[in-house]
Design a binder for this molecule. Structure first.
Ligand code: COA
Length: 220
């Protein structure tokens, strides 16, 4: 009986109720662990799991995605069914089974004391990153500002700022802009401007061929 109750409580997470009052939208059918930090204007949809991660303002996570051990910047669009940082098992020990090294493992039993096996590496995702549906991003990857991860990509290497990557394993398809424009965009750090300032610049964000001068107005 006690075991069953413990199981039920382990799977309940009351955070989501408090988010109802403090955040713009966090689905009641999502799961955010106590060590994660979600900003007020971060949108978390149904079926999403956030574990030991931090997600900044104006980023949304679409249904059924999993974000684990990641730091995610502002204005990111994370599509549905995306998986980030799903964990590492040892590849050069006798066994890959977590029963030999992990304190909390799916087998609910541990044969030895926890070892120094690193089960997660922090994944770092910049600002204004768009991650397509069904993408899988391996532990410890760094994704630069403005990058695009194509649908169903398997990301095993770092992604430079403003690169578009896709495929299994993911490769660079192209860059969104030329080198100078990327440099300028990164200098503007527009994602750190207050939303009230961005509101006044919205026309610029809808301009198809913006100029160097346009970008410089973001620095003012
Ligand atoms: C990655 C993406 C942005 C590329 O857009 P694009 O730059 O306009 O690319 P194009 O369609 O012109 O294709 C360029 C090349 O990349 C390839 N490509 C496009 N998307 C790809 C993907 N997801 N994976 C692998 N290769 C891809 C194309 O086959 C093409 O290859 P080729 O030059 O050998 O013919 C887009 O295809 C994508 O995956 N978007 C995500 C869609 C999504 O998940 N939406 C959910 C809503 S949030």
């Amino acid at each position: 009986m006690w075991r069953i109750l413990r199981k039920i409580f382990r799977n309940l997470n009351f955070n989501r109720f408090s988010y109802l009052f403090t955040h713009k939208y966090v689905s009641l059918f999502s799961l955010i662990d106590n060590s994660s930090k979600i900003q007020r204007n971060t949108i978390i949809n149904r079926g999403v799991k956030i574990i030991s991660s931090s997600i900044d303002n104006y980023t949304y996570v679409a249904p059924n995605s999993v974000v684990s051990h990641a730091l995610i910047g502002k204005f990111c669009s994370i599509s549905s069914n995306v998986k980030i940082g799903m964990g590492i098992h040892p590849t050069d020990l006798i066994s890959t089974s977590p029963i030999f090294y992990a304190k909390d493992n799916p087998l609910r039993e541990r044969l030895t004391d926890p070892t120094k096996i690193q089960e997660h590496k922090q994944t770092i995702i910049g600002n204004d990153v768009w991650i397509g549906v069904d993408a899988l991003i391996m532990d410890g990857i760094r994704i630069g500002n403005g990058a695009i991860i194509g649908a169903k990509a398997l990301v095993v290497k770092d992604v430079p700022a403003y690169a578009i990557v896709g495929g299994i394993p993911a490769h660079i398809i192209r860059y969104r802009f030329d080198e100078n424009t990327i440099k300028l965009l990164e200098e503007t750090q527009w994602w750190s401007l207050p939303i009230s300032t961005l509101k006044t610049k919205v026309e610029l964000f809808n301009k198809e061929s913006f100029t160097k001068e346009d970008l410089q107005t973001l620095l003012k």
